[in-house]
Design a protein. Structure first.
Lengths: 165, 220
């Protein structure tokens, strides 16, 4: 019953806020993938960032090892961090560890799915399909709705920064 | 040596008792007194020199920049002369940058919008730390998307290195195993006055109010 109520609320929220990209959470084995979104790409740019939260409810560690998408020649799992005032970005060669019982957030300024050599830049409002592959759980297709170019979470696509403004 | 000192003390003590207090008192205290005055003088001199040396030292340090021959996003040559005579925002980044660079340039566009005519004299430059991939055409498409107030700067790699060094910015090419590469780079915006002095920095993710105040200070 509770579950019904919460899904009812979730659906109502989606309906009440048209224009908000309401990507459904997906589950793969012990992994739950929530709030996937991508950022609109700036014309001229060939790379785009994808973000999501992965919760591992299992008893053993898993790992996000790779990703593919028909929209990008290459997709990599990256880590970005600030070292004092220097931006440092690296490909995670061994994938992103997903510890048992923990949530890992891929978010701006941190881990992200990096879409590379994108020929047709992501535009706000469209959805980017990507297949994520995990070491143990296997593969799953995830829809990344595209928010603004500076979106900080899923569903705030209409945020104040509109590039063309 | 200590014995001699002790002897002297004992003599002065004896003299004290003998009733000739004043001259003996002066003699006993004259050395420490002179020493104190001397030390105070030395301290004063040190303080004076430190005080007088600090301002020119910082001024010299904040004076940055140097000659470069690069190309702007319209394909026109651009040199360090372009940065003179008006306040500037200078940012080093690259277009294959998924997060920090577009965010910063968006924020920059927002600052121009908020400041309006207040920022008429202000110019902004986006220098590419990745001139190999960032051709003038790529830079034009890229910067034009944020605001028409940002000039993209790219060109010869060696010339860009000159600009990077002159502005004491950190930029490093890091090869990825797949043959690609990423760039580590300083993510702060440099606030430079009309004389080419670095006046302040806006850090990545800095509060908008603080950033605007820093720019207003630069425009004063």
């Amino acid at each position: 019953m509770n579950r019904f109520i919460s899904s009812f609320i979730a659906v109502s929220l989606c309906l009440a806020a048209p224009g908000l990209a309401c990507a459904a959470d997906v589950t793969l084995g012990n992994l739950k993938i929530a709030d996937p979104y991508a950022r609109a790409m700036v014309p001229g740019a060939e790379v785009g960032g994808g973000y999501l939260t992965i919760t591992n409810s299992g008893k053993t560690e898993d790992r996000l090892v790779s990703a593919t998408s028909s929209r990008a020649v290459k997709v990599e799992i990256h880590e970005m961090k600030m070292d004092k005032d220097v931006m440092v970005m690296r490909k995670l060669e061994n994938g992103l560890p997903l510890p048992a019982g923990k949530s890992v957030q891929l978010k701006p300024g941190s881990y992200h799915v990096m879409f590379m050599d994108v020929v047709d830049p992501f535009k706000q409002g469209e959805t980017i399909k990507a297949r994520l592959t995990f070491e143990k759980a296997g593969s799953i297709d995830v829809d990344f709705p595209v928010g603004s170019a500076i979106a900080k979470k899923a569903g705030n696509g209409g945020d104040h920064a509109n590039a063309a403004e | 040596m200590p014995t001699q000192l002790n002897e002297r003390r004992s003599t002065s003590r004896i003299s004290l008792h003998s009733g000739k207090e004043k001259p003996m008192f002066t003699k006993e205290w004259s050395i420490p007194a002179i020493l104190t005055v001397f030390l105070l003088g030395v301290c004063g001199l040190i303080a004076y020199f430190t005080w007088s040396l600090i301002p020119p030292a910082t001024a010299a340090e904040s004076h940055m920049g140097g000659p470069f021959n690069l190309i702007d996003d319209r394909g026109q040559p651009i040199t360090e002369q372009a940065l003179k005579g008006h306040p500037s925002l200078i940012y080093f980044g690259y277009t294959h940058c998924p997060d920090v660079c577009p965010t910063t340039l968006f924020e920059m566009a927002g600052w121009f919008k908020t400041l309006g005519p207040e920022a008429d004299r202000l110019k902004a430059y986006f220098f590419s730390v990745d001139p190999e991939r960032d051709t003038p055409d790529v830079m034009h498409k890229y910067t034009g998307n944020f605001t028409d107030r940002i000039t993209g700067v790219t060109g010869d790699t060696a010339e860009m290195q000159k600009a990077i060094k002159a502005w004491r910015v950190y930029a490093k090419k890091v090869p990825s195993p797949g043959g690609d590469y990423t760039m580590d780079h300083t993510a702060s915006v440099l606030l430079v006055d009309a004389d080419g002095n670095l006046r302040s920095l806006i850090a990545y993710g800095e509060d908008e109010g603080v950033a605007l105040q820093k720019i207003r200070n630069l425009l004063k």
